[in-house]
Design a protein around this ligand. Structure first.
Ligand code: ATP
Ligand code: MG
Length: 305
């Protein structure tokens, strides 16, 4: 879907992105992670031509983006920034409808799409008439994501969309985004500082340092085989085992029969371990939403991970 081939960018004679190569497959959820100033936003903004590279080539669905009209390109790539970037004097509904309006959609189609997106992002329909300053940070972020999705773009570019939110709102929006990715299969490129967020959401994690790729792999491989000490420091040394457990669904360690206190079947193995510690048990019965027993997990089974 998106390919960078030997891309370089300098600002004021200082190299910010160097010999950068990246392949983001159709339907992937790619997280770009690295320290402040490592070039993450610059890379994202080169995808939709807010910034032009000095060298190399960027292709989108096989076409060189330099040959594509920037306005048309941006309509195919929804863009979400940290502050949500909503138009302050427009209602929520009008903000969400910004791109459909540019595309000349009629009123009925636009209204239907706004309603559909507000449902998808779990925004109360009554908020449609609110102004951005009347929203909480989490609601404003949801509106920003809805706006980016409005004209059904092929790609969603997200630059630290949840950075400024409290941990509970953030976790809720992460879950929404994971659901949207599952349901729409959109290609997502997501910039973050937060390794836990990257590991939890992404199918591909790209670790950057000084505008270069340190490692580009799956979350599980990144944790199991950090390419060097720099990546190792980024993934965290002491809790790497716990992070690996968090990538594993409890259903992947099921053993037959009920044994121990009940937990739902949609949690990860790290949460299961936490529950065992909390209850001082080494076995948990796993049940589905209807309360049906699916089996049990044992501490020894989790340790095998
Ligand atoms: N328009 C610009 N003009 C001059 N320098 C710039 C410009 N945009 C970015 N830079 C510089 O390029 C470097 C990389 O910036 P970039 O915004 O890509 O980093 P980042 O990884 O997104 O950082 P952060 O995590 O802080 O958002 C920084 O040193 C920044 O100061
Ligand atoms: Mg940035």
């Amino acid at each position: 879907m998106i390919d960078f081939d030997g891309v370089a960018k300098a600002f004021d004679g200082r190299a910010v992105v160097q010999d950068f190569n990246l392949h983001v497959a159709d339907g992937a959820f790619c997280a770009l992670i690295g320290a402040s100033g490592s070039g993450k936003s610059t890379i994202l903004r080169m995808m939709n031509r807010l910034i032009e590279p000095d060298a190399g080539r960027i292709r989108f669905a096989g076409q060189d983006v330099a040959d594509l009209d920037p306005t048309l390109l941006r309509r195919r790539m929804g863009y979400v920034i940290q502050s949500a970037g909503l138009f302050p004097h427009w209602s929520v509904a009008r903000n969400i409808a910004a791109v459909p309006a540019l595309l000349g959609w009629d009123r009925a189609r636009t209204q239907a799409r706004v309603a559909e997106l507000m449902t998808l992002l779990r925004l109360d329909p009554a908020l449609g008439r609110a102004r951005p300053h009347e929203l909480s940070g989490g609601q404003a972020q949801r509106v920003g994501v809805a706006r980016a999705l409005a004209a059904d773009p092929d790609v969603l570019l997200m630059d630290e969309p949840f950075g400024a939110l409290d941990p509970i709102t953030r976790a809720a929006l992460q879950a929404e985004l994971a659901r949207i990715h599952r349901e729409t299969r959109k290609t997502i490129v997501f910039v973050t500082h937060d390794m836990d967020e990257a590991l939890q959401l992404a199918t591909q994690v790209v670790v950057l340092e000084d505008g270069r790729v340190l490692q580009d792999t799956s979350p599980a491989d990144l944790l199991a085989h950090p390419a060097n000490a720099g990546v190792g420091a980024f993934v965290g040394r002491l809790d790497r085992g716990l992070k690996l457990l968090s990538l594993l669904a409890i259903t992947e360690r099921l053993e037959p029969g009920a044994d121990g206190p009940e937990v739902p079947d949609d949690i990860d193995c790290r949460s299961a371990l936490s529950r065992m510690i909390e209850l001082s048990v080494d076995r948990l019965t796993v049940v589905d939403v209807t309360g049906q027993v699916r089996g049990h997990v044992a501490l020894a089974g989790l340790m095998r991970s």
